[in-house]
Design a protein around this ligand. Sequence first.
Ligand code: ADP
Length: 499
Amino acid sequence: SNFAAALENTITPPVKVEHTQLLINGRFVDAASGKTFPTLDPRNGEVIAQVAEGDAEDVNRAVAAARKAFDEGPWPRMTAYERSKILFRLADLIEKHNDEIAALETWDNGKPFEQSAKIEVPMIVRVFRYYAGWADKIHGMTVPADGPHHVQTLHEPIGVAGQIIPWNFPLLMLSWKLGPALACGNTLVLKTAEQTPLSALLVGRLLHEAGLPEGVVNIVSGFGATAGAAVASHMDIDKVAFTGSTEVGKIILESAAKSNLKPVTLELGDKSAFIVCEDADVDKAVELAHFALFFNQGQCCCAGSRTFVHERVYDEFVAKAKARAVNRSVGDPFKSGIEQGPQVDSEQFNKILKYIKHGVESGATLQAGGDRLGSKGYYIQPTVFSDVKDDMLIATDEIFGPVQTILKFKDLDEVIARANKSMYGLAAGVFTQNLDTANRLMRALRVGTVWINCFDLFDATIPFGGYKMSGIGREKSLYSLSHYLQVKAVVTSLKNPAW
Ligand code: ADP
């Protein structure tokens, strides 16, 4: 391949790993067991650092710190403006350390450094400023109840939140979780993904530099079955928020129910439809569909992984989608001009290659790619399948990799039915200039987000979440706040109802 040369010399990341311990009660500490696990560089599988491995005992310690910070600490009792100022200071500090944080993210995850530095870190700055702005604008109502009563609602923080995040956007997921929880006055325990523990620990340090009281945010690195399970089933955690697979989402909901019935929000998998209508400008549609699928190495819960193309433009679309994929620049994510780095780890890498094999065996036409790239690390060739049928595994399962599957459709009724015939319902893309078509599709698609002539717009002000088995609840936007608040009704008898 023309990219193999780019993979030969691994660039030394422009950052040092400073924090590898757990962050509990404002201090970096070893795991109670003393255990560590290696976090790996996806470019070559080499060890970046040994990281403290938290398990149930560490989650207990973290919850105790968060509990104390909530029940006795200043955080929920501070003025909302004080909390707001700390979040604004955090945003400033993240901005100041932009490239250092971005480099850690790329090293641990494999995504292009230019994207970490110019997109993801600036996005989390925006998210923290968005929530900093909310802190002093959260309040209840006065209610016109019948009878001689004064009725009001108090919007109170829910308590200690347990938050479990995945590895595909470690920083962005952290910000979507921490932002609303902190703005509302909660304390929390964050369990990062075992593949990508590093960037969160640096943000944790910056939070304390920004003036966060100890115990408000505790960060536990570790594995799902141990640390993650301990969070979901903890009796002293008041709410759990999870982003990850639908399979684990079900386990979280079950553990929450079996323990203390803590409310659960879930942001899970998808098989997003990207619908290219017959009036499409094919060049633009190809470029957007390419972005929708291949962005972040295809590791997006809302990757446009079912590309439905109208039969009138199908052949031209397939030819151009193939050409675009072949030209995608894959290589060391620290090199400039790179669009695609390695997949996050060997497990994802092998899973994707298995799905590609499935695609070939089930009779889809392999237009581009189809194999690994180079001989070390987890690089995969940008892959395109055409002639994909709805019931093929590559059209039903979340592949979470750089594999575009193109399906043909004839009319709108048909594509609506096929797009909706999925257990998932997170997002969809629509590409058309026809207002009637756009209006029809935006209403008919059973998904939490419809992007029309755009894709992957993740502005902090826009709610994000799933229908069906893609999840429960919404992140970002004002809708996210309700998941971190209790509503208390206060009814006061009036002495003189007629004042
Ligand atoms: P992915 O397939 O994208 O890795 P997972 O759902 O397996 O997604 O993981 C997402 C997050 O959930 C990670 O932080 C992981 O450690 C955690 N996790 C995995 N299994 C469990 C579990 N049984 N209980 C709680 N958390 C888990």
